[in-house]
Write a protein that binds this ligand. Sequence first.
Ligand code: MN3
Length: 213
Amino acid sequence: MSTYKLEPLPYGYDALAPVIDAQTMTIHYSRHHQAYVDNLNKGLEGKPYADLGLEQLFAKISELPPVIRNNGGGHYNHTFFWPQFSAPAVSENNTIAERKATGELATEIIHTFGSFEAFKTKFAEAAMTRFGSGWAWLVWSKDEQQLKITSTANQDNPLMELPEIVKGTPILGLDVWEHAYYLHYQNRRAAYVDNFWNILNWDVLNDRFAKAK
Ligand code: MN3
């Protein structure tokens, strides 16, 4: 069977501070993500579908036990989450520089949503209205040939074959579980959502968009 493992972080635990602090990164990556990996491996042990890849599991997720949905999703989503960020530019007075959206994806976003500001507002709305734990997503819909914003509960994602899921190829995913922001932002999810734009790695996002198309 396939044994999943934690991929190395592409930067240090403190790299994204002050947008995401080092303690949050350490716990989120080395404990939360590791637990999804371990529980996924346990859940797959001896199962007839143990050799299927994650995307194949997601394609028939409604037939599989919750341990696969929760931990397969948890592992996939976090493996997707880490590489889309890079260190913010922080000035001496601790102001975080605004990160500019670039490339074909930025152009497509403006084409789809009218302006980058309008996109940010809609994405933040998806992140803020997801009650409890979950994720906000920007996806590319192959069927409709367009970008879409959606959100999912818990560790579900837009690749899962479930009636409540808006399907698409993930381009950007924001973890809005409290474990992703609570130590630094406490209950202020809006501040976390507002700040994360300044650590986006647009090279990675543009690469995902090119592959999705
Ligand atoms: Mn998380």
